[in-house]
Ligand binder design. Structure first.
Ligand code: PEP
Length: 252
C-alpha cells in the first residue's frame, strides 16, 4: 500500500528560533491528535534541519531539505550537498520545485544530478512537477507534466524510481490561493500514474505516492485527499501555522 504523506515546505521563512517553535508545536499536536497512518514531513531551511530533527519525535515526523547541490562536494561556495543534508538527520529532499526551476534555472539535467546524489545518500526525493498557467489554458498540461517526468525521474532504474515521492504542483495554484479543483487534481494524478504504469508497470505505479501541492489548506484538503490518486499534499503557506498544518494532516 502506498503511503499517505503530508509534507510542509516552509520555503525561505522562519528564523531558526521560529522554526523550532513551529516544529515543536506540530510535534505536540501530532502526538496529541494522531495522524498515525500519515507520514508527516517538515521541509525546513538548511539552517534549521538539525535543530528541528532534534526537536521532534523522529518516529512520527520526518525532516526534509528543500534543495541539495548537484555536485557531491568540492569548490562550490554556498552549496549544500546531499551527504551534508543526510548528516543532519533529514530523510527527504524536495527537488524540482517550480520556484527553483524558475528563479534558479534548474533544468532537467541539473535535477537528474541532484536526484542521483539524493538517492546515493539515502534521501527520499520529493520530486515536483507541474505546469504554468499558459500551458493549462492551452489544455496541454498532461503532455507538459509527463515530459517533465520523462526527462527526469522516468530515466531512473525501477529500483530507484520506487524510492521517489512525486508532488504535482500546478504553478498557477502555488501561493495564489487558487487551488486546482478536485477533478483537475485527480485527472492529472491519474495521468501521472498511468504514465508511470506504462514505463515501470502497474505494480510499481500503484506503490508511488503522488502528492498534490498548490494552495492546499484546512478547508480544501479533505476534498483533495479523497481522490483515489491523491496520496497527500505538499503544503507551502499553510504549513507555517501548526494548527492549519495538523488540520490538513488530519483531513484524511
Ligand atoms: C509549495 O510551494 O510547494 C506550495 C504548495 O505552496 P502553497 O501551499 O503556499 O501554494
Amino acid at each position: 500500500m502506498r503511503k499517505k504523506v503530508v509534507a510542509g515546505n516552509w520555503k525561505c521563512n522562519t528564523t531558526l528560533q521560529e522554526g523550532v517553535e513551529l516544529a515543536v508545536a506540530v510535534n505536540s499536536i501530532v502526538a496529541e491528535k494522531g495522524a498515525k497512518d500519515v507520514v508527516v514531513v517538515l521541509g525546513t531551511p538548511f539552517t534549521h534541519i538539525t535543530k528541528v530533527f532534534e526537536s521532534v519525535d523522529n518516529s512520527r515526523i520526518g525532516v526534509s531539505a528543500q534543495n541539495c547541490a548537484a555536485e557531491a562536494k568540492g569548490a562550490f561556495t554556498g552549496e549544500v550537498s546531499a551527504a551534508m543534508v543526510k548528516s543532519t538527520g533529514a530523510g527527504y529532499v524536495i527537488l524540482g520545485h517550480s520556484e527553483r526551476r524558475e528563479y534558479y534555472g534548474e533544468t532537467s539535467a541539473i535535477l537528474n544530478k541532484k536526484v542521483a546524489l539524493a538517492l546515493e545518500n539515502d534521501l527520499t526525493p520529493i520530486f515536483c512537477c507541474g505546469e504554468p498557467l499558459e500551458i493549462r489554458e492551452a489544455g496541454s498540461q498532461k503532455a507538459y507534466v509527463i515530459q517533465q517526468l520523462e526527462e527526469t525521474i522516468f530515466q531512473l532504474s525501477e529500483s530507484d524510481f520506487k524510492k521517489i515521492i512525486v508532488a504535482y504542483e500546478p504553478i498557477w495554484a502555488i501561493g495564489t490561493g487558487k487551488t486546482a479543483t478536485t477533478e483537475q487534481a485527480q485527472e492529472m494524478h491519474k495521468d501521472i500514474r498511468e504514465a508511470m504504469a506504462a514505463k515501470f508497470g502497474a505494480d510499481v505505479a500503484a506503490e508511488i505516492s503522488i502528492l498534490y501541492g498548490g494552495s492546499c489548506n484546512p478547508k480544501n484538503a479533505a476534498e483533495l485527499f479523497a481522490n483515489p490518486d491523491v496520496d497527500g499534499g505538499l503544503i507551502g503557506g499553510a504549513s507555517l501555522k501548526a494548527e492549519d498544518f495538523i488540520q490538513i494532516i488530519n483531513a484524511y
